[in-house]
Design a protein around this ligand. Structure first.
Ligand code: MSP
Length: 645
């Protein structure tokens, strides 16, 4: 019987780059919550998707020499793209929305028009600052040291005719929502929102919700110069994906308002202030909760492609298994706070929790049933006091776990499960099954001990289902649990596993990892992956290529540049009768003397520029591979000045 409906969402991700482990973190958490709710009997709608409009995507597509649609299609649907990643990570989303989906675009146009017609969107002039990577407008006073307060990047001046949303009108209602309800979680995020955006000087400002400086967006259908601001376009995905203002879907009544939007802490502002205000403007019910989770950081800093410190979830999932990676992400970091990611921590968690504690418990328990009873447990019935603590801990585990899951505290929920697993391992040492096995008269007692172990494993496996769906299936097979012994209801009480259960010993579910070897291999793979990600270079036409003048030059002299570790100064014969001076940053690779007399290749029609106070007229061509660099040395028979064509 359904225990009601549950609607949960991830942010819709920008397909401007491949996603990294931080994106996977949020999606895995959402997936665990969705699976948990399904397990408890709810009818779940789990939505994820991609936020595909905006200037950044337009710029990136241009740089790659493709259309914006081709660009996003490749990142979303291409090999090892976003859809492939979610499949690999075993994400059980019910729907996937792309903001370029036709039905969404039309819905956004209707929504924008409705807000214009009800007077909450009006035409004005935008003067302020714009951060391209974040697609965010800022007023001067919101900048931190003149930079974007979200990403710390450069902002640009922006002034244009634009439509505005009357956010100011809803300031007090939003304030009440934040301060008097548990809408925004964790509660620790409330003050920052209220202080910085509502109780700040000037109060909550109206929001600029259209742009005219680029085209890649949803056109305002009554004023086609404008495209809708990406955040208005993006936030409404949570409703258009259910059929709001379209007939592609029709389950808005069933699932709206959402139970929770999981979002990273940097986009709480949009979800906790503007999103409710937009909904208020249209008189729509508000989502029940927004949960702002923390970031996975590397050495204290946010992962980002531009810093080159992103971790590729493909590499980790393929090496350690999807379930181990999913488990690690939710077991290790408290969901509401930042967590420092490292490969060491990942391997350690797999070895300690999964291989040692859980894996050993399962394999030892099944192996003992096999060894002492030929695989099938006889009827039991010889309990002793020592069983009490384990039986009671396992029998009440579901309640403690549920309390944590309802608060989105995945780490604590898993901690409860692993306390019981640790208790069961201790129980093996306390009861000493191998000693009981030596005494024929204690076979009944031995059977009870082994039953208690299998039953504990069963309850834990049911509760681990949302985190490691594939591995728990293997566990259920190994301990011989039937289908109805794998349900949420069956985990409520101890003693459900049927008498006479037959185990099925299998391979180790979580093999132990050789940390040192694996860390070296991971470093190698991650470096190789980094090197393989070349910035997209747009194709050039033959006419453009022909503009580059490449000539053979003889090295007349070469010397170090004072005060520079990097530069060598070349005097070259380029066949013109005049000497040419070029500075090149290759001092790390060559001693000046070894290059005199060589024939090198140089680009000779670059505009001159100064380096360390000296003029450089051109560029000497070298070949680079990883950390290695070699000059392109030509055959000595090629005369100075010969042109490459
Ligand atoms: N497109 C917007 C969201 C619109 S929702 C209506 C966006 N996209 S994003 O691609 O930048 O994804 C942001 C989300 O990815 C974060 O809010 C967070 O959930 C997740 N993460 C991205 N990097 C992360 C970490 N380093 N750590 C944890 N989560 C991270 O913002």
């Amino acid at each position: 019987m359904s225990k009601g409906t549950y609607y949960i969402t991830t942010p819709i991700y920008y397909p401007s780059d491949k996603l990294h482990i931080g994106h996977a973190y949020c999606t895995v958490a959402t997936d665990a919550m969705a699976r948990y709710k399904r397990l408890t009997g709810c009818e779940v709608m789990f939505l994820t998707g991609t936020d595909e409009h905006g200037q950044k995507i337009e710029d990136k597509a241009k740089a790659a020499g493709v259309s914006p649609q081709q660009f996003v299609d490749n990142i979303v649907k291409g090999e090892r793209g976003i859809l492939d990643l979610w499949k690999l990570m075993n994400i059980s989303n019910d729907r996937f929305i792309r903001t370029t989906d036709d039905y969404h675009v039309k819905s956004i146009q209707r929504i924008f028009r409705r807000m214009y017609e009800n007077g909450d969107i009006y035409k004005g002039k935008y003067v302020g600052k714009y951060c391209k990577p974040c697609e965010s407008f800022w007023t001067e006073s919101q900048l931190v040291d003149g930079k974007c307060p979200d990403c710390g990047g450069e902002v640009q001046d922006a002034e244009e005719e634009a439509y505005f949303f009357r956010a100011s009108k809803y300031a007090q209602r939003v304030r009440k929502l934040l301060t008097e309800t548990d809408f925004l979680q964790p509660a620790s995020r409330v003050n920052e929102m209220v202080n910085n955006f509502i109780d700040c000087e000037g109060g909550l400002q109206d929001l600029c919700v259209s742009r005219t400086s680029f085209k890649w967006g949803v056109p305002v259908d009554f004023d086609e110069k404008h495209v809708v601001y990406v955040w208005l376009d993006a936030l409404f995905n949570y409703m258009t994906a259910l059929g709001f203002e379209n007939d592609r879907y029709d389950d808005l009544d069933k699932f709206w308002p959402a139970d929770v939007h999981f979002v990273g802490k940097e986009i709480v502002r949009f979800h906790a202030i503007y999103w409710p205000a937009f909904l208020m403007s249209l008189d729509l019910p508000l989502p029940k909760h927004v949960y702002g989770h923390g970031w996975l950081v590397m050495d204290g800093g946010k992962m980002s492609k531009s810093k080159g410190n992103v971790v590729d979830p493909y590499i980790l999932a393929e090496r350690f298994g999807v379930d181990a990676l999913r488990f690690f992400l939710l077991r290790t970091f408290p969901f509401g706070s930042d967590g420092n990611f490292s490969n060491e921590l990942l391997i350690n968690t797999i070895n300690v929790d999964l291989a040692n504690d859980l894996g050993n418990l399962v394999s030892r328990s099944a192996a003992m049933v096999e060894k002492y009873f030929g695989g099938t447990l006889p009827k039991t019935g010889v309990s002793e006091d020592i069983d009490g603590e384990l039986v009671s801990m396992a029998g009440t585990l579901r309640g403690r776990y549920e309390a944590q899951m309802e608060k989105f505290q995945f780490q604590n929920a898993l901690e409860e499960v692993f306390k019981v697993i640790a208790r069961a391992n201790k129980y093996i040492d306390e009861t000493g099954p191998w000693i009981l096995a030596k005494d024929e008269s204690r076979k009944g007692r031995l059977a009870t001990v082994l039953y208690n172990l299998l039953e504990t494993v069963r309850i834990c496996a049911v509760l681990l289902t949302p985190f490691m769906p594939d591995s728990v299936e293997k566990i259920f097979t190994q301990i011989g649990a039937s289908e109805d012994e794998q349900t949420w209801d069956s985990a409520e009480t101890f003693g459900v596993l049927h008498d006479g259960v037959t185990v099925c010993k299998g391979d180790a579910i979580f093999p132990r990892i050789d940390a040192k070897k694996e860390l070296e291999e991971l470093d190698r793979l991650q470096e190789a992956a980094k090197a393989a990600v070349k910035p997209a270079i747009p194709p050039v036409t033959i006419e453009e290529f022909a503009k580059v003048k490449l000539q053979a030059c003889k090295v007349i002299s070469c010397e170090n540049v004072p005060k520079s570790d990097k530069l060598l100064k070349f005097t070259l014969d380029d066949g013109s009768g005049r000497e040419r001076q070029i500075l090149s940053g290759i001092a790390k690779y060559y001693k000046p003397g070894e290059l005199v007399g060589k024939t090198v290749l140089a680009c000779t029609n670059l505009p001159p520029r100064k380096m360390m106070g000296q003029e450089s007229c051109g560029m000497i061509i070298s070949a680079v591979s990883g950390d290695d660099l070699k000059l392109v040395i030509l055959d000595d028979g090629i005369p100075a000045g010969a042109e490459l064509c």
